[in-house]
Design a protein around this ligand. Structure first.
Ligand code: BES
Ligand code: MN
Ligand code: ZN
Length: 480
């Protein structure tokens, strides 16, 4: 999607479709010379938050989309509902461009920047299509919409928000495309190639192969890839947008391109969804792409820990003991708890960058889905400042996170008879004990972990791109 800013009066703006709140519908229609028709048509349409009515005119714009209700609440919730409905409606229309009259939407305590960010992110989400494997593309999925403008009194007031929305659009699309690709295409090599496409001035991409991992002593990471013929890759994208002396923020993503469970194999139910088990990696690459496109003045490193979890003849067995890069030993009692095994070595690797913060993102546990469903990603952190910044970014971007405990008492569940720890903590508090496992490899820097098993994809519609909006918002916050 191309985003831009328009200024001037509604009657003068060149667009195929104008989007206004219902409270401003008649005034706008009058300015376009269709006041009478608007009165008649609107009388027969729903007057509710989240409803959309379509009016036609013979002039330009030829369409007026009216959203919400006459005496609309000026709350964030109402605004969200209205822009999400409007975005869906616009994306489904047969128009190539649309213009949003955001000044006309009132939201208590929120400025034009916020409204622009939220509205354009809704357009990005609603207009996304993944139909590369349809030999005959269904008509409905042929998204016509190419350009969306914000009509603003003050161009300068919304310019940064539009620039950031543009960057986020590209980052979201990358994350969703990678997530939606089938696992016979999107294997670790494919993830590495997608990351390599980010290489540019100020962006270096390094791919660490299995022999490199062996040299680094990544016994846990390598244990996951033993049962497959597809080589694992650890991809490191380094973006330098600030002085080299500035400590970087490191994002790490779980990139299991298919999770069969390994020898502890999953049952039929839900296994096909395990192509989405690389959505963490996709989201850190998406957030990095957005940061790079927006040229944020920060240093950022994105690491994709990519491997396939298969039950081959050389696969890791339940009860195998491996030595992690940190030197700590792990008794692998369940090969289906593989995400934490690739992540723990990536976390140890991250310490070499002397990071200001490390955030890992993973579709880590079914228990997270049970706890929070698809509304919020689970947030764990060893640093309250980092946790608060992420929570605020999640609220700001409407990509919510909810903080969970990392109390020492939970660590007890990871005690192993034979090694320093085991890789599972029993059936109670599964998302928490997974986070506890990771925390043991994040002792030397401020660290946060996002368990996105319930938020990164939807069974019905595929990858959501979450938590790219929250991550990008967090990175924006580092600038100011
Ligand atoms: N990738 C799964 C977690 C998952 C489940 C993601 C559902 C998305 C939707 C992960 O590797 C896994 O298998 N976790 C196990 C851990 C258990 C063996 C301790 C789980 O959650 O059952
Ligand atoms: Mn698993
Ligand atoms: Zn997994």
């Amino acid at each position: 999607m191309r985003y831009s800013i328009k200024t001037g009066s509604v009657a003068a703006v060149k667009t195929a479709c104008l989007v206004v709140p219902r409270s401003r519908a008649i005034a706008t229609a009058e300015a376009l010379g269709i006041g009478e028709q608007a009165r008649l048509t609107l009388a027969g349409t729903k007057n509710e938050t989240g409803s959309v009515a379509s009016l036609f005119s013979s002039g330009k714009p030829s369409r007026l989309l009216v959203v919400g209700k006459d005496d609309e609440a000026t709350t964030e919730a109402a605004f969200h509902k209205n822009v999400e409905a409007a975005a869906k409606a616009v994306a489904g229309l047969d128009v190539a461009d649309a213009t949003l009259c955001l000044d006309d939407f009132e939201v208590d305590g929120r400025d034009a920047q916020w409204k622009t960010r939220i509205a354009l992110a809704a357009i990005s989400q609603a207009s996304y299509r993944f139909d590369v494997y349809k030999s005959k593309r269904p008509k409905k999925s042929k998204a016509k919409l190419r350009r969306v403008a914000v009509l603003a009194k003050d161009r300068a007031a919304v310019a940064p928000a539009v620039r950031h929305a543009q960057a986020l659009d590209g980052g979201l699309a990358l994350a969703k495309d990678l997530g939606n690709q089938p696992p016979n295409v999107c294997n670790p090599t494919f993830v590495a190639e997608a990351a390599s496409a980010l290489a540019a001035d100020g962006v270096a991409v390094e791919v660490i192969e299995e022999d490199g991992m062996a040299e680094l002593g990544m016994g846990a990471f390598l244990a996951v890839t033993k049962g497959t013929d597809t080589p694992a890759k650890m991809v490191v994208v380094r973006y330098q947008g600030a002085a080299a002396s500035e400590a970087p923020c490191v994002l790490i993503g779980k990139g299991i391109t298919f999770d069969t469970g390994g020898i502890n194999m999953k049952s039929t139910a839900g296994m096909a969804e395990m192509k989405f088990d690389m959505c963490g990696a996709a989201s850190v690459l998406g957030a990095a792409k957005a940061a790079i496109d927006a040229q944020l003045p920060i240093n950022l490193i994105a690491i994709a820990a990519a491997a396939e979890n298969m039950p081959g003849g050389r696969a890791t067995r339940p009860s195998d003991i491996v030595t992690t890069m940190s030197g700590q030993t792990v008794e692998i009692l369940n090969t289906d708890a593989e995400g934490r095994l690739v992540l723990c070595d990536a976390l140890t690797y991250a310490s070499r960058f002397k990071p200001r913060a490390v955030i890992d993102v993973a579709t880590l546990t079914g228990a997270q889905v049970v706890a929070l469903g698809s509304q919020a990603s689970a947030l764990y952190a060893n640093d309250d400042g980092l946790a608060d910044a992420l929570l605020a970014a999640g609220e700001q971007s409407r990509d919510r996170l909810w903080r969970m405990p990392l109390w020492d008492e939970y660590q007890e569940q990871l005690k192993s008879k034979f090694a320093d720890m085991k890789n599972i903590g029993g059936s109670a508090a599964g998302s928490i004990t997974a986070a506890c496992f990771l925390s043991r490899f994040a002792k030397t820097f401020p660290w946060a972990h996002l368990d996105v098993a319930g938020t990164a994809f939807k069974s019905a519609s595929g990858a959501t791109g979450r938590p790219v909006p929250a991550l990008f918002q967090y990175l924006l916050g580092l600038v100011r």
